[in-house]
Design a protein around this ligand. Structure first.
Ligand SMILES: *Cc1c(COP(=O)(O)O)cnc(C)c1O
Length: 361
């Protein structure tokens, strides 16, 4: 068996030890004679899995008691609707910062439900930076202020959060979930698709302050109302059982094998530094993001020559470094180096890039 180094932006690489554990438990989960895929979501085995998953999330992320953790379906894209339907209900206003396609999609959806103000955008330079924010442009009576924390496609991240005062901050953390510690108490609501850094596709995580639940618009479908899921402990209907089980295994890996989010951050910084340092020293490859806003998770880069980019992507794939093609809107390359990417994977990629540069100079 040979495994590739998978740099996909999502769904993405999972820790090998997790895959092995899942494989070992596939036919007979803890002696119950069935796999987690087959069991009832009302069974005592699954009840323990979902409770353990939530408890681990709370413990590792240090989530305060006055926040609910919801394990949902529908992808982060459904949250682009659920956030305004549930939160834009006091004054019918919200502020959005447009830092890429995901923020833009969220904004376009929110516009259907209320008065939405674009505070800033970095579209003028293909979203290669996080715009500086001017507090005087914020809507003082907005129901919430929305950001996309880590911009998966463009490789930017907020190193500093906007100061929104009493206005709840809502953040899409799909591609930086669990990559480093985060102070949950600074947010009203956090939303994330799990398929970037935590689990296979199918699970959407919402971490929301309790007082923001229960005010949804009348037209809100039952399944889109946070209250529905909060009241039912994420078991209103069938949850994505197997994905929740894998998320639990990944959380155990973070806690027991990595040693928590401080350690996770250290490892992620070490990996990212290796790649960025190489990009900064290379004559052929260049990072596309301004240095101060660079993401730890998604690293886009180009050679400046489309044919050379394509040659690189093809030769890299043949050498076992897969999914390095950049997003169609940016071109070039993108290496997503999520939690599960080992340091050695980045080391070998950099060696390969050096060799490619020497051969194609
Ligand atoms: C992938 C991604 C999304 C979309 O998630 P889906 O689960 O596919 O709907 C939204 N936001 C960010 C930041 C992402 O990386």
């Amino acid at each position: 068996m040979s495994r590739v180094y998978n740099f996909s932006a999502g769904p993405s690489i999972l820790p090998e030890s997790v895959l092995k554990k899942a494989a070992a438990e596939m036919l007979d989960y803890e002696g119950c004679g069935q796999s987690v895929m087959e069991m009832s979501h009302r069974s005592k085995q699954f009840d323990k899995i979902i409770k353990d998953c939530e408890a681990l999330l709370r413990e590792i992320m240090n989530i305060p008691d006055n926040y609910k953790v919801l394990l949902l379906q529908g992808g982060c894209s459904s949250q682009f609707t659920m956030v305004p339907m549930n939160l834009m209900t006091k004054n019918g206003k919200a502020d959005y910062v447009i830092t890429g396609q995901w923020a833009k999609k969220a904004y376009q959806e929110a516009k259907r439900y209320g008065e939405v103000n674009v505070v800033a955008s970095s579209e003028d330079k293909t979203f290669s930076y996080i715009p500086k924010l001017d507090k005087s442009t914020f809507t003082p009576d907005a129901d919430y202020f929305y950001i996309c924390m880590n911009n998966t496609i463009y490789g930017t991240v907020y190193h500093e959060l906007p100061d929104t005062g009493d206005v709840p901050l809502v953040a899409d953390i799909s591609s930086c979930l669990m990559s480093e510690p985060i102070d949950v108490s600074k947010f009203g609501c956090l939303i994330a698709g799990a398929q970037k850094n935590l689990a296979p596709a199918g699970l959407t995580i919402v971490i929301i302050r309790e007082d923001l639940i229960g005010n949804a618009m009348d037209i809100t479908p039952t399944m889109f109302n946070y209250e529905t899921h909060a009241k039912a402990d994420s078991l209103y209907n069938t949850p994505p059982c197997y994905t929740i089980y894998i998320a639990k295994l990944v959380l155990e890996w973070i806690k027991n094998e990595i040693g928590g989010l401080d350690k996770m951050k250290e490892l992620n910084e070490k990996k990212a530094k290796l790649l960025y340092n190489f990009l900064d020293s290379s004559k052929m490859f260049k990072g596309t993001v301004v240095p101060e806003d660079r993401s730890l998770m998604n690293v886009p880069f180009v050679t400046g020559d489309k044919d050379l980019d394509a040659k690189f992507v093809a030769e890299a794939a043949a050498a076992g470094f897969v999914n390095l093609k950049g997003h169609r809107s940016v071109g070039g390359m993108r290496a997503s180096i999520y939690n599960a990417m080992p340091y050695e994977g980045v080391e070998k990629l950099v060696e390969f890039m050096k060799k490619f540069e020497a051969e194609n100079a």
